[in-house]
Design a protein around this ligand. Structure first.
Ligand code: ADP
Ligand code: VHF
Length: 368
């Protein structure tokens, strides 16, 4: 049985597993990974896949002999390889897959961040497997996250994942790159990511990987700070997945620094500045405080301040007491129009309905 705390996981698969010979996609390693993903879903764990490999898979289609590859060549390769990569994954599953291509800008812009969050939640709720990659064909160097290890960590935080599994071509973290330092020792568990841990990491040994161990440690750093356990495992060995499915350790575990929910609550309450507030009727207050429910338009009595979709706002009772802070799916202007309405009336009033919830339960932190 998979780790019982893992209700939602993000699995990142590196280029070396998708395209081991850098000549199109191969199922050599993907079969075992696909079987693992299917098994996780059968056990009730939701999965988001972050898949590299578009550049590696499209490499043979675009003529270019020199290294490093210029950006326009990589973009053309990615445009060819992305469709091949998606087709390869889709053939390995008997459920639907969805493609999500992101740039750094999409994650930095609050409005787009929320849209991605809503899309991913909707896909998961409909048992579709989201397959995320960087939008390599359009993103310029300045717009790029740059590597899928960091992208996967951002996605793991975005979807409130319990764990991030980084599947690579090596068993996990060693004290130095074992391909160049033969007596490097394997590290099964990292309690805290320090400068010493960063110093162990070297780059990739092959031309198709991006970042090597450095970007994996950066990813683990980002994710564990926000309550996401991070594992680096060898995706070339089916035994790694069998061990995880039996609830046994595999690879290198970077232990999360604090509970995921308290990390998010801390971030919401202390890092996000509130841009406005809404007051709620008694029914909404009770649902918020005692049922852990999302906030619907029906329970909103009044709106104050000028805030935009994606801003943090205070949720107050009718005396103005601040009960919780949350990320609002609508602007203040839109809320003025839909306050007190049933969710089914939102679309006919605004002409659109990005979300039935005004503030989703995952985006609410109670003050007490
Ligand atoms: N300290 C280290 N421990 C393990 N691997 C390391 C270390 N430093 C560098 N590496 C290299 O990182 C590689 C994995 O990163 P990378 O090639 O980018 O893979 P991926 O395509 O899976 O992202 C390993 O194959 C290894 O050559
Ligand atoms: N987005 C790129 C992959 C970037 C990347 O981080 O690659 P890797 O180090 O193999 O995970 C692609 O699809 O080719």
């Amino acid at each position: 049985m998979l780790h019982s705390d893992w209700r939602r996981i993000v699995i990142k698969v590196g280029s070396a597993l998708i395209s081991p010979d850098a000549k199109g996609c191969s199922t050599r390693y993907l079969l075992a990974i696909a079987r693992f993903i299917s098994e996780c879903r059968q056990q009730g764990t939701e999965v988001v896949l972050v898949s590299s490999g578009s550049v590696a898979a499209g490499r043979s289609a675009i003529a270019f002999a020199h290294q490093p590859l210029p950006i326009n060549i990589k973009q053309a390769m990615a445009a060819v390889g992305q469709t091949q990569m998606m087709a390869t994954w889709s053939h390995l599953f008997d459920f639907r897959c969805a493609q999500i291509l992101l740039t750094h800008d999409d994650l930095a812009d609050r409005r787009r961040y929320l849209n991605i969050d809503n899309t991913l939640r909707t896909l998961l709720a409909n048992q579709v497997l989201p397959i995320v990659n960087e939008n390599d064909s359009v993103a310029t160097a300045e717009l790029k996250v740059g590597d899928n290890d960091n992208l996967a960590a951002m996605v793991a935080v975005l979807v409130d994942a319990d764990a991030l599994l980084i599947c690579s071509d090596i068993d996990g973290l060693y004290t130095a790159n074992p391909r160049t330092v033969p007596d490097a020792r394997f590290i099964p568990r990292v309690e805290k990511i320090t400068a010493e841990i960063y110093a162990m990491a070297g780059g990739s040994h092959h031309a198709i990987g991006t970042g090597g161990m450095t970007t994996k440690i950066q990813a683990a750093d980002k994710a564990t700070k926000l309550g996401v356990d991070t594992l680096i495992i060898n995706g070339q060995k089916a035994a790694s997945f069998d061990a995880l499915l039996r609830g046994e350790p595999a690879g290198t575990l970077f232990v999360r620094q604090q509970d995921r929910l308290s990390a998010k609550k801390h971030w919401l309450l202390n890092s996000l500045k509130s841009q406005g507030s809404i007051s709620l009727d008694n029914g909404a207050v009770q649902a918020l405080l005692h049922k852990g429910a999302s906030l619907l338009a029906k329970g909103i009595v009044s709106v104050s301040g000028q805030f935009d979709k994606g801003d943090a706002i205070w949720l107050c009772d009718d005396s103005g007491k601040q009960l919780a802070k949350g990320i609002c799916q609508y602007s203040a202007t839109e809320l003025q129009l839909i306050k007190g309405l049933h969710s089914t009336q939102i679309a006919q009033t605004l002409g659109f309905c990005p979300s039935e919830e005004v503030v989703h339960r995952d985006d609410i932190a109670l003050t007490t």
